[in-house]
Write a protein that binds this ligand. Structure first.
Ligand SMILES: Cc1ncc(COP(=O)(O)O)c(C=O)c1O
Length: 397
């Protein structure tokens, strides 16, 4: 008889995500994949990072390989504070930041320090799948906030707060994953106003804000925050590379202190070597022009995807038209089940993510998320044409 593990109850609601399962298939070389959330690898600053590795090892090798503080490498924390200033948050200094192992860890840490089993989180509908999973690990319950093409509808909040007494609102207000939607400036102001009125903690997750390829930047929710009401996380994954696993979080001193204690128990600190390498790269590698190249490439890829969708997709399909980020979101005719479509798509060597897993509440089945950052324009054209034919066939059956 083999051993049967007795897992914690909180693991009951946590399953491997559909995306992870799909990615196993899509890593095959001849599949055109719009499924993952991967940045364009040909734009990774490989030579600059190699140079930074060499410099860190020769100039500070022993410090880089020693244990460090949980809060993070201080010069990187200072860079983050300056970056928060560039993003419109005037009052941030290095000590108000915590370097994390990707923003995914910040999400988990926020869940760890704030959530009791059964606590309610308000979320966009749909929202980032791995946040649902992380918070599910703390036995949270989710309430979807009405969401349209301008993001969350703030005026829906008072009633939801009154009825559900949520612990916080989790939001990806800029170039959201999975929809690409951006919360308008007017709604941001209203949302913050209401959060103040309702004493509602807001968790702003901003991995994509720097990847704007058209239009003007919109203030962060964090930029309105005078009361310590907004926890903000962002990441180096999309502006440098995801493999370095570096992100950051900034919050009120009370919340930050708890996040630091929690992180201490999780991994002591984020790799000090990686932090020094990325800091060296930021100081020497011309990161701004690198981000400009990423934005230009994603803008072109988005344009090709949008154009090919317009030319080839049958009537009855609609998609978002984001100004930045890595995804767009397709609404199919309601009778279509995109999980079924995916099976034939994979056999025709094209992949996407069906939308249902992204819904914190009722799982709608006629949506798909398409990633445009990870395929060159010719592959995008070819893949979208294949998908269009399959959609046509599915509608005919
Ligand atoms: C909305 C959102 N938040 C957080 C993350 C986590 O990114 P990372 O841990 O690489 O910083 C992602 C990654 O795709 C994301 O889409």
């Amino acid at each position: 008889m083999s051993y049967t593990p007795q897992f914690a109850r909180r693991m009951g609601g946590v399953n491997p995500s559909t995306i992870r399962e799909i990615l196993k298939v899509t890593s095959l070389p001849d599949v055109i994949s719009f499924a993952g959330g991967l940045p364009a690898p040909e734009l990774f600053p490989v030579d600059e990072i190699a140079e930074s590795c060499r410099r860190v090892l020769s100039e500070a090798g022993t410090q880089a390989l020693q244990y460090g503080t949980t809060e993070g490498f201080q010069p990187l924390r200072e860079w983050v504070a300056a970056e928060m200033g560039r993003r419109g948050v005037a009052s941030c200094d290095g000590d108000q930041t915590l370097v994390t192992t990707g923003s995914q860890q910040a999400i988990d840490l926020v869940g760890r320090v704030l959530l009791e089993p059964g606590d309610v989180i308000l979320m966009e509908n749909p929202t980032y799948l791995a946040a649902i999973q992380a918070f599910r690990g703390y036995e949270a319950r989710f309430i979807a906030v009405p969401t349209d093409e301008d993001g969350i509808v703030p005026d829906a909040l008072p009633e939801l707060v009154e009825r559900h007494r949520p612990k916080f609102l989790y939001t990806v207000p800029t170039f959201q994953n999975p929809t690409g939607i951006t919360l308008t400036e007017a709604r941001r102001r209203r949302l913050y106003e209401l959060a103040l009125e309702l004493d509602l903690l807001v968790f702003e997750d901003d991995p994509y804000g720097a990847l704007r390829y058209r239009g003007e930047p919109i203030p962060l929710l964090k930029s309105y925050d005078t009361e310590g009401l907004v926890i903000y996380t962002s990441t180096f994954s999309k502006i440098v590379a995801p493999g370095v696993r570096l992100g950051w979080v900034t919050a009120s001193p009370e919340i930050l202190a708890k996040l630091i204690v929690a992180k201490q128990a999780v991994d002591v600190h984020t790799s000090g070597f990686d932090q020094r390498v990325v800091h060296d790269y930021l100081m020497t590698g011309n990161p701004d022009s690198h981000v400009d190249r990423i934005r230009a490439a994603y803008g072109e890829r988005y344009g090709v995807m949008h154009e090919t969708l317009s030319e080839t997709f049958p009537d009855g399909f609609h998609w978002t038209q984001p100004d930045g980020g890595m995804f767009l979101w397709v609404t199919c005719p309601e009778r279509m089940d995109t999980a079924v479509l995916l099976q034939s798509a994979i056999s025709h060597k094209v992949a996407f993510v069906p939308g249902y897993d992204f819904f914190p509440g009722k799982q709608e089945r006629h949506f798909m998320r398409l990633n445009f950052s990870n395929s060159p324009p010719d592959k995008i054209r070819e893949g979208i044409k294949r998908l269009a034919e399959l959609c046509q066939e599915h509608l005919g059956t």
